[in-house]
Design a protein around this ligand. Sequence first.
Ligand SMILES: *Cc1c(COP(=O)(O)O)cnc(C)c1O
Length: 425
Amino acid sequence: MSDRLPGFSTLAVHAGAQPDPTTGARATPIYQTTSFVFNDADHAASLFGLQAFGNIYTRIGNPTNAVLEERVAALEGGTAALAVASGHAAQVVVLQQLLQPGDEFIAARKLYGGSINQFTHAFKSFGWNVVWADPDDIASFERAVTPRTKAIFIESIANPAGSITDIEAISTVARKAGVPLIVDNTLASPYLIRPIDHGADIVVHSLTKFLGGHGNSLGGIIVDAGTFDWSSGGKYPMLSEPRPEYHGIRLQETFGNFAFAIACRVLGLRDLGPALSPFNAFMILTGIETLPLRMQKHCDNAKAVAEFLAGHPAVSTVNYAGLASDKYNQLARKYAPKGAGAVFTFSLKGGYDAGVSLVSKLQLFSHLANVGDTRSLVIHPASTTHSQLDDAAKIKSGAGPDVVRLSIGIEDKEDLIADLEQALA
Ligand SMILES: *Cc1c(COP(=O)(O)O)cnc(C)c1O
């Protein structure tokens, strides 16, 4: 064996997986079982007391899911990961470890529409208060910090317009405030951006999108960078204080640089319950094997489509960070040199009605509320995902009435352009 470290494409195929020790199966088997037999009473007690690692019950962990966790941790450069049922479940489980009722977290205003809803309404009912900041104005994050701030949440490539966030600048604000930076890396995937390399402490994903990649399975994942000191200042009692449900152990003291992933599993997933089905873990693992190939094709197609739209008379603006003229192009060159992702927006001169008409005329593009599928997708955010926002908030979050969002798939780019051409004619 050479002592070379495996590259990204090799990790995408192999990380975390070995031939099954009992059967020799080469693909990771689907361990479709709820529970696992203990060797003896002592073994059972040590598993329950967190003195040994092993399988107990699929709500807490499963061997198929464990391969997925190890693989994504390797791709993101983290110490450990926890797979859950959806991207939204990942966000709840992460913040439950960090916030007590009455606490605050700062979030970038440019986010997936579902996250804006979750933060504004569901989290408010838990007593967790979101404070919005503008990812294009780093000082707005600094101004938002208070003694109750427990975390900062951003997207690396941000919905809906595919804008690029200056992760390093915001990580400096987080460090100064003594709080972890959480980066939702769904639209970039680790193939394009590895947020931990730029100062993120926690990475979350909706596996439903590019990582799974085929539009067939929901999932979410949390990656622990292992970088944050949870014991400082008593701000994070879930990690630093004795846990009554585990004989008084302190998670940070016991698990060191993967304590956050453990907290998410043994306090979050165990008690809140959003476990990922092993079947979905298998589907997503299969998707990840081709992530580097797919992601490059997604990006190359997106750039070609963005260039076509930028030259079309019915189009007023195209927001794609991969275009040299785009305001995020500098950030794209720095953070995502292989490509600026495949989700972006453009505006139609004909406004709201033209947006609605376009989505109804497209044939190859599917009109639906998802991104990161092999198929090309289209949506008019103002009448769908962002319809709950008022006009000012729609415009602020990049989803004004004239805006159409595309998620470019891996078909032939000529066919995608031809479909847009006929629908715009
Ligand atoms: C889809 C999405 C989510 C939510 O993920 P689900 O798997 O649908 O729960 C969160 N963040 C981003 C950026 C997304 O695209």
